[in-house]
Design a protein. Sequence first.
Length: 378
Amino acid sequence: MSRERRHVAVVGAGPTGVTAANLLAERGLDVVLISREREPGRPTICGEFIPEPEWARSILPEHLWWVVDYTYELLDLPRTTLTRIDVLELRLGSRRVVELEFPSRVFDRARFLRAAARRAERLGSELKLGTTVSGVELQRDGVRLILKGGREATSLYVDWLVAADGVFSTAARSAGLGPYREVALAVNQKRSRVRYPEDRLLMWVDSRVAPGGYAWIIPRGRGTANVGLGYPLPSPRSAAEYFSNLVARLPQLSDSSPEDDLRGRILPVAGLRDRLHVGRLLLAGDAAGTCIPSNGGGINTGMISGALAGSSIADGGGGAAYESAMRAHIAPILGRALRFRRIATLLMKYAPVWDLASLILPTRLVRSAVTLSDWPGA
């Protein structure tokens, strides 16, 4: 088995991983970015929606606004933004619609990840695509990774490992951190001929459509949209059944047709893991549990975690500094979102109860539950 030594490995070339790799490479560290996909961003299983930077600044203290600036510098890479969203149309059950001003964007996730990975490469990172991490061994002075990218397994020794390898993280399991405690399934399909305004986003919270979750239409421009839904697991019905019901119930989709397969991914929806680092291993993104429990969004918080992990290593603070920052500034946001989700799940258990409750919920509370922020004013 061949072996090599590097300073930092980043496992996972999603938004979290490419953020960490770019920042570490900019700081002059010897970085290798490892992805099981042969092309970053393929296949895309994502709504591709992200709020504008003002939202991220509203949930972080001012001394961390540099993280927002850095992540949106990456998101502003050429030809990645598809549309701009002005209004979030929130349907609560069958009897109430709330419209919230919520400036956001829809971006081409696959194009963004390719561009960001190549940017990291130009900065000096090595890309190992089509490579699987089959095992991780914590050592006193670093981490050993067992890689499979062909017929021969190889060992990679690194001083630091940033594991952005998803909710079923191989790194977390190898470090003895166990499985993540509470998950949801999100399914999405790109569809054409969708009759919905391209400056709005539809979010439909109704137990008859997505029990304990919600459904969405996210315009991508030129009559196409990401259409999907998310709900906690386990569930009595299949994703295909829920999705067929959604398409049948929305008139905006009556003439639409699929442009790709219905694809799903598992999301962490119970906040941060109990531990985010062990020795020289740092968990980030979905591996750390950064998905927002009340709305399923994870791009912002994942990229923030990637930037904080990278800067903690580059600045010499290591895992302790990273864990401290995440507990202080990200955990409260996710905890608040989790409380909202638990309350909504109880109210949604019976559709008539949810219909009634949705009529009396104050708009400001609805905004807070969905966006976790009072920006901009309701």
